[in-house]
Ligand binder design. Sequence first.
Ligand code: ARG
Ligand code: GLU
Length: 750
Amino acid sequence: MLRNFSLCKFEILITIALFRNKIKNTMCNKRNRLLVFLFCTLLLAHKAVLATPPDEGMWLPILLKELNEEDMKKRGFRLSAEDIYSVNKSSMKDAIGRFGGGCTSAIISNEGLLLTNHHCAHSYIQYLSSVQNDYLKNGFWARTKSEELPCPGLTVTFIVSMEDVTKKVLENTDNITDELQKQAKINQNIAQIEKEASKGTHYKARISPFYYGAEYYMFITEVFTDVRLVGAPPEKIGQFGGDTDNWVWPRHGADFAIFRIYAGADNKPAPYSQTNVPYKPKYVFPISLQGVQKGDFTMVMGFPGRTFEYLPSQDVEMNVKMTNPAIIRIREERLKIIDLAMRLSDTVRIKYSAKYAGISNGYKKTTGQLNGLVRLEAVKRKQELEAQFQTWANTQGEPYKSILPGFANVYATLSKLNLASVYINEAIFGIEILNYATNFIELEEIAKKENSTDHDFEEAKRKIASSVHAHFKDYEPRVDRKVMTALLQIYYENTTKDAQPTIFTEIEKKYKNDFAEFSKYVFSKSFMTNENDVNKFLEKTNKKNIQKLLDDPAYQVAKSMWNKYYREIKPEYDKLSAEARRLNKIYIEGLRKMLPEKKFYPDANSTLRVTFGIISDYEPRDGVRYEWFTTLDGIIEKSKSLNPDYEVPEKLKELHAKKDYGRYGKNGVLYTCFIGTNHTTGGNSGSPALNRDGHLVGINFDRNWEGTMSDIMYDPAKTRNIMVDIRYVLFIIDKYAGAGYLLNEMKIIE
Ligand code: ARG
Ligand code: GLU
C-alpha cells in the first residue's frame, strides 16, 4: 500500500512538473519529450506494481503451480513450479532438509555437504568443544573427511513426497457430533494411514492438519542420522553482534555452519558408522557469486514453525493487551537480574550465557511483535474484516452466522485463563528451582499409586539422576533466589486471587508477603539447590519413604503451582482452546468462500513451504530509511564501539585493511547481509535464499525487529527477512579459514 501511495505522489509531482513546463516552454522541446516519456514509463511501472503480487504467504510446494507460479514469474522467477517440487524428476525440494528439530538446511555438493546457520549448529558445536578445543571461540574446519566430527542425536529430514489426504483422514467422522470423539476418530484414521504409507519402506509418514483441520496433508520423509560437522566460523564472526544485533537490521553476521550427511553403502540413512559414505543427493543447489540487487526476485524454502494469521480480533487483542506485555515484563525482570550477575562473575557468565540468549531472544521478538501489532492497528483491522464477514455470513446462515458471536463468548473466559496461564508459565516456571522441582512430582505419584512397584519408582529416580549433573552444571542458586523473589512478587501483584495457588496464602500469613524472606527460607532449606544434596536424596529415598521430598519447601511451592495449573487452569483452558480452534476452522472456511479471488495460505506448522518476494529496503520509522544490504565496512565500524558483542577477530580486520576480498568482493566492497520481503518465521533459519534462476545467493537467519508481527499480521512495508550473502560465507571459508578446498565440491556460478 505504501509503495503504491508513494508512486502516486511521484506521478502527481511529474504531472505538475509537466504542466509547469508547458506554460514555460513549447511542447516540442527535447526536455519535455523526455518528461513525457518518463511519465508514461512511470505509469506503466505503477500498473506493473499494482499487478504484482503481494509477498505475504508461506506456500505449499505442491500447490505452487496452481496458485503461485504466475505471480512468481511476475516477480522475475525464470524457472517453473515443477523445478521446485516434482514427483517425476529431482527438484529443489530434494535438497531442503529439516535440520534437527527446529531449523532448515540445504544440500550444496554432490557429496552431501549441507549448509545451515551457525545459531542452528550452536548446541552441536558447543557439545563438541572443550577448553582445549574451543570451536565456538576459534571456529572449526575439518581438513579431510576423516576429521569431520559426528554429532550424536542430530538428524536431517528430507521430504520424499507429499499428498492431500483430507478425504481419507475425515472418513466416517461426519456424523460424530462430539468434538473430542470426532478428534479421536481422526487420530485413529491418521495412525492407520501413516502406518500403511510407510509399510515395507525405510521412510516415515507424517500427517499434519492445515487450516485448523479443514485439510490434511501427508509427508513421506527420509531421515538421515549420521550427520557430521565440517566447518564453522568463530562465534564472533558467525553470530557477530550477539544479542545486541539479534532481531535487528542492519546486520553483519556470517550466520553459517557446514555439515556433511553420511549414508550406508546403499545411499540410505544409516546410524553412525566409520564405514558410512558421503550421501549422494538427488539435487544440489548451485551457488551464484553474482549477488543480488534491489528489486530482484528471491525465494526462501524451508520449514517455518508456527504462525497465527487467521486469529479473531479477540485473540489479537489478548496478545496486545495481556500476553505480550506480561511476557515482556517478566522477562525484563529475569534478564535484569541475570545480566547483573553475569557481569559480576565469569563463572555465572559462562553458566548463563545460553539461558540468557534464549530468554532474550523471546523477549526481543515479543516486544517487536507488540510494537508492530499496535502500529498496524491489528485489532481494528481484524474487527473491520469481521464486520465484513458478519454481513456476508448473515446472508449465508449457519454455520457461518454464529461464528463471531461464538468467538466473543469463548474469549470472554479464555482470556482470563490465558493471563493466569502466561503468568504461571513465564513467572513461576521461569524460577529454575521450581521448574526443576516438577521433575520430582512423578516420584510422589508413583509412591501414592496403589499398584505401582519399586521398579517403577527406581526407573523414575534413574530418569532424574541422569540429568542432575547437566542441570547443576549451569545453575547458580544465588541468581535463582533473586529471580524467585522478583517473579513471585510479580505473580502476586498481577493475578487475581482465584489464579493464585494456595502457597500464596501461606506466604501472606507467615511472611507478610515479604517474598525475599520467603525465597531465603526456600533456598536455605531445599535440597534442590545443589548437586550433592539431590544425589544424596536419590540414594536414600525409596517408594516407602518420600517424606523428605514432601517436606522440601521448593517442592511444596512447585507442587502447589502445578496443581493450580494442571488440575484447575489447564483442563478448562484446553477445552476452550479446542472450541476456539473449531470456530477458527469454520471461520477460515467462510473467509475463503467470502473472498474467492484471494489466495489463502495455511498457517506455518513446521511443514515444507516456499515463500517469495523481492530484495527491498524499508523505512523503520518516519524520516529513516534502511539500506537493503550491509558490507564488511560496517563490521569494522561496529567493532570500534565498546560493546563486547562487536568484538571481531584480528584476522578479519587485516583482510579488510588489505581489501583482500578475491572474487567475493566487488569494486573494493564485500557485501555481508541483505533483506527481502519474504514471509518467514522461526524454523526458516538456515533456509537457502534463491535467485530467479534457483541459484543459492544467501542463507536466511533472522527477521527485522519492526517486522516480527508478521507471525500474526504481515506488513509489506515493514516485514523483511534477513539473509547472509553467500559471497561473504564463501569469503570466510576461503580467505579467512583457508578451507577453500571445500569450494571444489560446490557448483559455483561466477
Ligand atoms: N533471532 C534468531 C531466531 O529467532 C536467533 C538468533 C540467535 N542468536 C542470538 N544472538 N540469540 O531464531
Ligand atoms: N532466527 C529464526 C530461526 O531460528 C528465524 C527468524 C524468524 O523468526 O524469522 O528460525
